[in-house]
Ligand binder design. Structure first.
Ligand SMILES: Nc1ncnc2c1ncn2[C@@H]1O[C@H](COP(=O)(O)OP(=O)(O)OP(=O)(O)O)[C@@H](O)[C@H]1O
Ligand SMILES: [Mg+2]
Length: 313
């Protein structure tokens, strides 16, 4: 079925707790994210602020390693909420995302009922037996159900572009309702709807119907100044000069149209590797010794080593 046909009427948007503290303004949220070690630019802070205050999912799209997953983690810390992560993959379905029944335990339960009936201790009524099999204790709550049940929570739906269309349509329903119906148990509705953060590396386009439910944020690689700040925040022992050299070199590499341009994760790994080999500066020797931390294709490494001759001592 086409996802648009499956949209259920959205419940009134839940207003998030009003002003005060880290969600009072985009600037306050940015400062609070900074305390957790996440350095949000103005645009990121504003999008996250609106998502929190409007109670809308935040759809974060961007190149690998631009801080999409880390943003959700930092938001959970700021909101003092449990972070619940649903990692998407090809073929993911509702039973992995929402709930499943613990079949082995149900079977054991059935066996013990049969055994009790066999010894004449209990009489079995088929209806009661069936009902007892679908008891809450046999329910395996998967991330989305857990997020609806825990208050407050941040639900990270990571790498949605890896899932398929049917799964998107299913998500759309859940996000519209902030509730799910388990046929055997009834409706589970979130007391406080989770803050939902979806991420995508844009390996394919996510359907408009899902995007329409969300606030959209494109995350770019940080500029050199911010990347230096991120490096120094995440690695407090990193000398400023080395941080500047790594950030500058990574920016050169990103302009080279490599097979896999380095993200912030690779800059951090590069800096860590340089610290471990006790490099005091980034030069051709220390770069060559640590390049495996930043580039992951032989062709990229060869091209980079060649190009670095022009900008590294
Ligand atoms: N603005 C930032 N402030 C602090 N740390 C950051 C920032 N952006 C990225 N990082 C760090 O860079 C690393 C990579 O970030 P993250 O895993 O969130 O990227 P991603 O966009 O989810 O990548 P992928 O698409 O590969 O999953 C993490 O260690 C994260 O903490
Ligand atoms: Mg990620």
């Amino acid at each position: 079925m086409h996802p648009e046909n499956r949209v259920t009427v959205a419940a009134a948007e839940p207003a998030r707790p009003a002003a005060g503290g880290p969600t009072a303004s985009a600037a306050a949220l940015s400062a609070a994210l900074g305390v957790t070690g996440y350095l949000a630019g103005e645009q990121v802070a504003r999008a996250a602020f609106l998502a929190v205050r409007m109670g809308r999912p935040l759809f974060c799209e961007g190149e690998p390693g631009t801080g999409k997953t880390a943003l959700a983690q930092a938001l959970a810390q700021v909101l003092d909420a449990e972070l619940i992560r649903l990692q998407c993959h090809e073929g993911i379905d509702a039973s992995q995302a929402l709930y499943d029944w613990d079949f082995p335990r149900q079977l054991l339960h059935l066996r013990s009922l049969e055994a009790a009936a066999g010894t004449g201790q209990e009489r079995l009524d088929a209806g009661e037996v069936e009902a007892s099999l679908y008891d809450r204790r046999f329910l395996l709550a998967r991330p989305i159900l857990r997020a609806l049940q825990s208050t407050p929570s941040v639900l990270l739906i990571d790498e949605i572009d890896r899932a398929d269309d049917e799964f998107e349509a299913f998500l759309l329903e859940v996000l519209s309702e902030n509730a799910v119906t388990i046929p055997e148990l009834g409706e589970v509705r979130a007391v406080t709807p989770p803050l939902v953060v979806l991420t995508s590396n844009r390996t394919r386009e996510v359907h408009d119907a899902l995007k329409r439910r969300c606030l959209y944020l494109w995350l770019d690689h940080p500029d050199v100044t911010r990347e230096v700040e991120i490096l120094r925040t995440r690695l407090p022992g990193l000398p400023e000069r080395l941080a500047e050299q790594v950030a500058a070199a990574v920016h050169e590499l990103r302009d080279m149209e490599l097979i896999k341009p380095p993200g912030v994760a690779e800059s951090l790994d590069w800096a860590r590797a340089l610290l471990l080999v006790e490099a005091t500066r980034l030069d051709l020797d220390s770069a060559a010794a640590t390049l495996g931390a930043v580039l992951k294709y032989r062709e990229d490494a060869e091209r980079a080593l060649q190009a670095m001759r022009s900008f590294l001592p």
